[in-house]
Structure formats: C-alpha cells, structure tokens
Design a protein around this ligand. Sequence first.
Ligand code: A2P
Length: 318
Amino acid sequence: MAKTISCGGLNMPTVGLGTWEARDDSEIETALNAALELGYRHIDTAAAYGNEHVIGKVLKKWFDSGKLSRDDLFIVTKLPAPGIHPDRVEKYLTKSLADLQLDYLDLYLIHFPVGIKEGEGPPQFEKEEHKALWQNMEKQVDAGRTKTIGLSNFNVKQIDKFLKFARIKPACNQIELHVFLQQPELVQFCQKNNIVVTAYSPLGNPGYNTFLKRIGVEERTDLVNVLTNPIITEIAKKHNRSNAQVALRFLIQKNTVVIPKSVNPARIKSNFELYDFSLDDADMKKIETLDIGEAARIVDWRVYPKIDEQPEYPFAKK
Ligand code: A2P
C-alpha cells in the first residue's frame, strides 16, 4: 500500500495511477484492474482525458463484486477548459460523476487557470473570474459532490490570490514536476500553505511525442529523458532499481504525490514499488542538480493557440 498524505483533511495515497493519454478502452480496463489488484487506491483522471466513462465501468465492477468499497478509493478528476467559468462548474462536475458512476469525488481540480468558451472552432478565451469560479467550486463541496477541491497548473501569485478569498482553501495543486523541472519555489510555497503538490508527468512523460503525433503537431527533439539520464542511471544501479523508480522516489522524498501514467501492468507494478528503498542525501543532492527549470517543461498548453497571451497564463513565456 502507498503511504498517505493529508489533503484537505483526507488521506490521499502518495502514489496514484495517472491516466492521461490512456485512450483505448480495453487498455484502460487492463491497467486499472492491474493497478487495483496491486493496491493502487488513488486514481487520477480528467474530463479532458475522455476516459472517465471507462474508469467508471471498471470501478463499478469492483464495487459490485464487493472487493472494494467507494471509501477505499481516492478519486481525482478535473474541470475541463470549457467548464472553467463560474456558471458551468456544477454542470461539468455532474457529468464527470455520471461518467465515473460515482456519487462523489475525493478531489476536484480546476484543470488550468484559463477557461475557454463552449463550442466548436478555435478556442475563445473566457475573462478570468477566479473568485466567482472558486465560490462555485466551494458550493460543490457543500452539496457533497466532492469531498475537497483544488487547482492544477496554477503559479504562486495565483494561488496566493486564492488563499486570500477562499472559504475552503485549495487542498492541492497538481503541476508538471520531475527531476528536470523541480520548481522548488512553487513546491515550497504550496507545502508551507498545506497545499499538497501532485506531480504530473513525474517520469518526464516519455510518451509525449506519441501524443503530439496523434494531435498532428510536429514532434519535439528537445525533450528531456529520465529513462536514459546518466546520473539517474548511476543512482538506479546503486540501488538495483529502475530509472523510473528513482525518479519517482525522489519526488516522494520531497513530500509530493506522484501519478505516473502507465497502461502496462509490469510498469504499473514497478511504479508502485517505491517504499522499500530510499535515496540518501548524496543521491538527492545529485538529482537536484538535474533541475533546468522552464526549459524542461514538456506539457505545452499552447496546443490552444494564443493561450500564452491570456493574462492568467501561468507559465513563463518561452
Ligand atoms: P506506458 O503507458 O506504455 O507504460 P508520465 O507519467 O511521466 O507522464 O509518463 C507516462 C509515459 O511513461 C507513458 O508513455 C508510459 O507508457 C511510460 N511509462 C510509465 N511507466 C514507465 C516505466 N516504469 N518505465 C518506462 N516508461 C514508463
């Protein structure tokens, strides 16, 4: 079993199954069944991933079989870009619950600080209304649709603003985090304010070019690689572990939560075996030197053209 960390007063398992770009129904089914058999109890998804309905079907089977009950699990999903408007929170959350076949979520996140208008065609951006948006997120907790609420992809300045007006403080900020993009200031700021940091793409997303290819965007040649990095390889050899396990263990020792995505049962298993070894101070220091900051950011939201021109775009402009 993964250890847990307090997230808005709930016990959140520190290792969860990531599901972004898990697209094939039978692949998701196999992956989720394997993960639940192995002891994963934290599942991360998003309306934008288009797989909530498949996850919902698998979960229902587990509940019906009596092997698991709802309160054994920590389920996280996210308000998608067209829902990021004060008037549309409830509609999108209700849809996610229906697809997941659940009565409540453990954690509901605003997927990104910038919302878009509903409808087809090139994205039209919404005017930022974070305070009213958050008040509607809070109402979802009051209504029992989610136990707690949080953010994803928000920066220090934005979170600071939320802390000033929030009645229910954000319990989590889910951000891209891996050995090459360590974001120490953002992590420390969140942790100082009791906001759990969840690391997405904790392995540096080795499958990112496959995603770009699928959406018809030119593949990138500048991507960092955890799996072949010589320093990670050296530390992995020393502990008789895989590079992936070392990269994940590093994040856990920084008190962050990891959600490695995999649809491969063998990798799902090894990504979960993080608590029977530890990195020493020298290992941690060596890995800290791998941080190259923004240049290592992989997940690029500019697949929404001009998103980086919006006032609430959270990242440094490249
Ligand atoms: P797959 O689903 O075929 O296992 P991240 O979580 O950083 O975004 O990384 C996800 C990508 O890394 C996916 O392409 C996934 O492929 C691959 N992956 C997941 N776990 C491992 C592992 N232990 N070793 C190598 N690749 C992995």
